[in-house]
Design a protein around this ligand. Structure first.
Ligand code: ADP
Ligand code: MG
Length: 241
């Protein structure tokens, strides 16, 4: 569904992505894990066309994304930090996005209702707490029933009830036609929500396979411990060089 080949990206002197090759397949759900600053958000933004890579190519459904924005209609994106016009009301945001987007997949406004955002339609964006903004972002990501869901730290800042609502939505929305790409620092969430893991460190992919294989390779039962094991392995390797 999404193929990234030989993508390099630097910001000034900083090499943020180093020869990234990765395939996100239809029907699978991917956890993208890595320390802060390892390049997760930048890779996501490259896929979305919000950051232009220096080299390489990205295709979505076999078509190169360069110079053709239509693929974005197939992607639901929940940004790590959602930015909205301060003076707009919640209801206006949803109305505006619906007007902008011609939707083919049908509307899915379940999250708007479950987060009770419909009852807060008249609240202005600048008055909202971080968690409520996250709820708006999550609801927008699911709104058009997209085939590709990219969620950048979706549960960060949400209250426990909202976390469970969103996780339930992700699990129930997971099907053979959909691809999920989720970043999070909460390993137990990813363990529940995803089947595959792409592990990034300093802009390089160090592991890209199923969570089951990662657990088997490391002899660990939990994703968090398995990731800790490969992180330690890398530190040891680096010390040896
Ligand atoms: P992650 O999401 O894994 O925490 P990011 O992809 O956000 O990491 O950032 C990777 C590195 O790139 C960080 O060192 C960050 O400061 C840097 N970076 C990200 N965006 C920019 C930008 N627009 N300009 C300069 N540096 C950036
Ligand atoms: Mg990030």
């Amino acid at each position: 569904m999404i193929t990234v080949s030989d993508v390099n990206k630097r910001f000034g002197k900083l090499e943020v992505l180093k020869s990234i090759h990765v395939d996100f397949k239809r029907g699978k759900s991917y956890a993208m894990i890595g320390p802060n600053g390892s390049g997760k958000t930048t890779l996501i933004k490259c896929i979305l066309g919000m950051v232009l890579s220096d080299t390489g190519s990205i295709t979505v459904n076999g078509k190169p994304i360069a110079n053709d924005w239509s693929y974005r209609n197939e992607i639901g994106y929940m940004p790590q930090i959602g930015r909205y016009p301060d003076q707009m009301k919640i209801g206006q945001i949803f109305d505006m996005i619906r007007d902008l987007r011609q939707n083919q997949g049908g509307i899915d406004d379940e999250l708007i209702k479950e987060f009770k955002l419909d009852r807060m339609a008249d609240k202005r964006m600048h008055t909202l707490s971080g968690g409520t903004r996250q709820k708006v972002s999550a609801s927008l990501a699911f709104l058009f029933n997209p085939k590709i869901m990219i969620l950048d730290e979706p549960t960060a800042g949400l209250d426990p009830v909202a976390v469970e609502i969103l996780k339930e939505k992700i699990v129930s929305g997971n099907n053979k036609d959909r691809t999920f790409l989720i970043t999070s620092h909460i390993m137990s969430d990813l363990d529940e929500l995803t089947s595959n893991v792409v592990y990034l460190e300093e802009g390089k992919i160090l592991f890209d396979d199923t969570i089951d294989l990662l657990k088997e390779e490391t002899g660990e039962l939990k994703l968090g411990r398995a990731i800790a094991t490969i992180m330690k392995r890398n530190i040891n390797d680096m010390e040896r060089v």
